[in-house]
Write a protein that binds this ligand. Structure first.
Ligand SMILES: C[S@@+](CC[C@H](N)C(=O)[O-])C[C@H]1O[C@@H](n2cnc3c(N)ncnc32)[C@H](O)[C@@H]1O
Length: 325
């Protein structure tokens, strides 16, 4: 299978597994409370950053628009807003909410903006969505931003800065954050020929879990050198490796703590666990539980290393590494 087809197949699989979690069924659980919080988030977090720059909003793209609460903020600033979402339910909702030819709607594959023309957009924006996206999906979109933005056009992207999500299903991470970081996103922008203007870390739940990146497509196109591609790739691999090592170190510490606890119990009981296996003594029961936990932790360490290895391989193929599309 040609590399491009294999890549799309990979991305399709990620989208079908991870993207359709915010449709009509989460109206009460997500869209309504999010809508109620929009003015606070816009006025205290988003606008203070955007207003520092001379952004041309004439044609804005709201990527992963949901029910359109961000478009409601962008609309007074823009002549045209293109609302993009992978979920047809959200697109249908927004078509009813925003009427008139100032609004265009795109139901995306989940990784491209092929319905939006080259150099036709002055501002790309995404809030409270890309934090959940797989790195390969984020990369595919950043490549598209570089294509659709006019020279001098700005982007504002809210993404995760959550290294501990490496090797995990994002739904098992607090706030459903996916693996990404401030550095990886910055190198990714550069790799596709854009300049990072400012990055702000945010405490959304855990400290510094998220990041706002403002970037700009330069007026004069930059040459994408092999060094830029390599710098990006190396940042991803370094981040993945550091995260895997941290996770393993945490588990190793837990294993050591459990071992120490078993030894302490053995000393207090004045015997080793193997001498009295059937005893109903509560201390002995705790000891048995700890022994089980030890075995479990050992398995977890093996599992974490295996997942880290698989994930590094997956990242390698998904991000097309050095051949760099
Ligand atoms: C948490 S909601 C946020 C919606 C909106 N940005 C907001 O702030 O209210 C996540 C949104 O991302 C959309 N989404 C998820 N994966 C996507 C993908 N790969 N491409 C485009 N949209 C996606 C979902 O359909 C949903 O609308």
């Amino acid at each position: 299978m040609p590399a491009q087809a294999a890549r799309s197949k990979n991305l399709d699989a990620i989208v079908s597994d991870e993207a359709f979690l915010w449709g009509d069924d989460v109206l009460e659980a997500y869209h309504l409370p999010a809508e109620a919080d929009m003015h606070r988030q816009w006025s205290t977090q988003i606008w203070p950053l955007l207003s520092k720059y001379d952004i041309d909003y004439s044609h804005s793209v709201d990527l992963a628009c949901g029910h359109g609460r961000n478009t409601a903020m962008l609309s007074p600033l823009s002549q045209k807003v293109t609302l993009v979402d992978v979920n047809g339910e959200n697109i249908e909702f927004c078509k009813k909410r925003f009427r008139g030819d100032r609004f265009a709607f795109v139901k995306t594959s989940g990784y491209d903006l092929c319905d939006i023309g080259d150099v036709s957009v002055s501002f790309v924006y995404s809030f409270d969505a890309m934090v959940h996206f797989d790195l390969a999906i984020v990369q595919a979109y950043v490549k598209e931003f570089a294509r659709i933005l006019r020279p001098g056009g700005y982007g504002f992207i809210h993404h995760s800065n959550c290294m501990e999500a490496f090797g995990k299903d994002f739904r098992d991470v607090q706030g459903w954050r996916n693996f990404n970081s401030r550095e990886i996103f910055a190198r990714m922008c550069e790799r596709f020929g854009m300049q990072v203007v400012e990055q702000q870390l945010l405490d959304w739940g855990p400290k510094d879990h998220d990041c706002f990146t403002v970037f700009r497509k330069p007026v004069e196109p930059v040459t994408i050198t092999p060094e830029l591609v390599e710098r990006y790739w190396q940042t991803v691999v370094d981040g993945a490796r550091a995260s895997a090592l941290r996770q393993t170190a945490t588990l190793t510490q837990a294993l050591k703590a459990a071992q120490d606890r078993v030894s302490e119990l053995e000393t207090r009981l004045g015997c080793s666990s193997s001498q009295d296996p059937g005893a109903a003594d509560p201390m002995q029961q705790i000891e048995v539980q700890l022994q089980q936990r030890l075995g479990w932790l050992g398995l977890q360490i093996g599992g974490a290393l295996r997942i880290a290895k698989q994930q590094a391989q997956l990242l390698r193929s998904q991000l097309s590494s050095r051949s760099g599309s």
